[in-house]
Design a protein around this ligand. Sequence first.
Ligand code: PMP
Length: 393
Amino acid sequence: MGRLSFINEELTAMKEAGLYGNIRTIESPQGPWVTIEGRKVLNLCSNNYLGLCSHPRLVSKVKEYVDTYGVGPGAVRTIAGTMSIHVEFERRIAAFKGAEDAMLLQSGFCANLAVIPTLVPSEEDIIYSDELNHASIIDACRLSKARVIRYAHSDMEDLKRVLEETKGQGRRKLLVTDGVFSMDGDIAPLPAIRELCDRYDVILVVDDAHGEGVLGRAGRGIVDHFHLHGLVDVEVGTLSKAFGVMGGVIAGRRELIEYLRQKARPNLFSSALTVPDVAANMAALEILEESPELVERLWRNGNFLKEHLSKAGFDTANSQTPITPVMLGEATTAKEFSRRLFEKGVFATAIVYPTVPKGKARIRAMVSAAHTEEDLLFAVDKFSEVAKDMGVL
Ligand code: PMP
């Protein structure tokens, strides 16, 4: 297989460098504990922040909607028509977030692809992008012909510098930033970014994937967290994390959403979310609308885990959210650490290059509102045992 020989060569090289991802098979529903290879292990990997992935209310809403509406959406919405449940969800999530309107996409990844190349498609346009932005933002920028200028991570001086340097240039300008940076857990300085965007006349897009259901009142997101309602042009979100389901959301002014519905290619050329997705998202939204309790529990658990890991001597970097990175350095160390944790009953994947820079490999511990303090203390014990065995503290 001469023409495909690069595949085996590259896979072997990845394995040797410790960069090959062994994907575990989960035999149970997603939850604080999962079954893998017939063993129950503590789950510290998923973005199931609020424990909603297998929540009974989501499951029963799916059954109810499937009995009424079937399963599939038929085709893309502009051709097959749009189902009333999708429209209803959009109305309710917009109201929840305090936005004029919202649009439902197939995933957070698709939502970024829908926003960026649509608003700034041309080589005459300029995109300013935080250097640590998520891969879906990077790919969305690549789908645009605009000039992409990266600025140093959340560094307002550097951002001001690039804005000043490009003053008077370009047709349209757009800045895009993660709201919560997924690998470090820090929050973008959105009020300062917005001020600069206003001053330099730049469209502001925030990808709130890890802030949706986590930040703000009862999980209303980063705009609510900073009281910036109506002041951020485009809010992108995902329903695959705290909402526990799948789907992307774009929220903003009515005419912006209307424009994206008419022009964004993921809406024009890919079918809508399925009925079970919409049903489960609706139930998740109802749970958030009714009570902030799950979000509060998530934050309590995040702080509890960070505090106990730090006490045990681990470096949890500068996370400001429940995302808890445990810094380990080299990819091979992080992979071995993760393997040993798994043997002791803790499922916590190593995050290595290219997801994080070389030399900054880590275990990213993801807590959920569904974990108990006992679960988290079990995790800290196992982290300490492995660290001692490997001599890494
Ligand atoms: N944006 C960010 C910042 C993310 O962390 C993620 C998920 N890793 C996505 C977008 C993609 O979301 P989804 O899984 O819904 O495609």
